[in-house]
Design a protein around this ligand. Structure first.
Ligand code: SF4
Length: 336
């Protein structure tokens, strides 16, 4: 599938992900957490799409739903593989298992995502054997793992070592090597550098960028840190309470911010320039409950530009040109 001369890798249409809330009373009506509440977007082959928003906005759920780790409640996720358009939800389990090789996840926590009883060689090799890339004990697999380790900045003498013998940054490199050894097409990096020291974060971000070029990867980079997402992303999507509220190229989003929520997030990025007298916008109140979200625009309870219409009417997802999308009745540039 092509869109404006760019190949679309994943098409997401009206994606909803609702989780049932445990009933506390016998006759209580079943209620749902609306983790994703109707998300539509295209992810282009070869891009890094950053996804930002406060904790609990549904960004990790979206990443995992795209990988079908949570089967979606409603909507479609279409994976465009070669000339095939594959609807992931309708795929039988066995076929989905085969396809998992193409769709990988890098976890947030390098401490708990690695099996402490397995060596680095076993951790990286496990997926290769289970996907039939190599037979267990195949000497060629060892050479292949050495190559993957080198690409990920790990010395080959570490092959027989266990996760506890490594630092946080090295463990994250092992996690990256495990995912990328399978030569995936699409990788969800779920807060992949959040648990690391700032100096190590930049090393891992550089590694991810290098590997993306080398292996022709597409990333969905999930983070709550806008300075990190600005550094690595081609486009940025901003989520609030289960919905995408703004989506644009990184340059466009920073230069021409339209949504009041994005404006508040950007104002919170620390600056080193003492002449930069930007106003820091403090969002008041907590994020409302995703079980019972506010009417109209879900952000209206915290928005400093809120008007009556915002409380009653859900804003439409609108293309304002230059591949810039926003869901707001009164986008910032158009205020009177
Ligand atoms: S629709 Fe209204 S409440 Fe919602 S973000 Fe826009 S101005 Fe604020």
């Amino acid at each position: 599938m092509e869109n404006e001369n760019r190949k679309v890798l994943l098409t997401i249409r009206d994606l909803k992900q609702y989780f049932p809330v445990k009933k506390t009373k016998l006759r209580e009506k079943q209620r749902y957490v609306r983790a994703n509440d109707g998300i539509s977007l295209d992810i282009y082959a070869g891009e890094t799409l950053g996804l930002v928003g406060e904790s609990g906005c549904g960004k990790s759920t979206l990443g995992r739903t795209l990988l079908q780790l949570y089967p979606q409640t409603e909507g479609q996720v279409i994976y465009h593989k070669g000339d095939q358009d594959i609807d992931l939800k309708s795929l039988p389990k066995e076929e989905m298992r085969v396809l998992r090789k193409d769709l990988q996840l890098i976890f947030q926590d390098p401490y708990s995502s690695l099996n402490p009883r397995m060596t680095v060689g076993q951790i990286i090799g496990e997926g290769l054997v289970s996907h039939g890339v190599f037979k267990r004990g195949d000497p060629a697999m060892r050479d292949y793992i050495f190559k993957v380790m080198e690409n990920c900045g790990l010395d080959t003498y570490m092959f027989g070592r266990y996760p506890h013998q490594f630092s946080g940054g090295q463990r994250q490199r092992i996690g990256i090597a495990r995912s990328l050894a399978l030569n995936p097409a699409f990788v969800v990096c779920d807060e992949a550098v959040s648990a690391l020291d700032v100096s190590i974060q930049s090393q891992i971000l550089n590694l991810l960028s290098d590997l993306k070029e080398k292996q022709n990867l597409t990333y969905l980079f999930i983070t709550h840190d806008l300075s990190v997402v600005k550094y690595i992303s081609d486009r940025i999507g901003v989520m609030y309470l289960g919905n995408m509220v703004e989506l644009a190229s990184t340059e466009e989003l920073f230069a021409n911010t339209l949504h009041p929520y994005t404006e508040a997030l950007l104002s919170a990025i620390p600056v080193v320039d003492e002449n930069d007298k930007r106003e820091r916008i403090l969002l008041e109140g907590d994020i409302p409950s995703p079980v019972n979200p506010p009417s109209g625009c879900k952000f209206h309870t915290r928005c400093r530009y809120c008007q009556q219409k915002c409380k009653e009417v859900v804003p439409e997802w609108t293309d304002v040109g230059n591949n810039h999308y926003v869901a707001c009745h009164f986008p910032l540039q158009h205020k009177g």
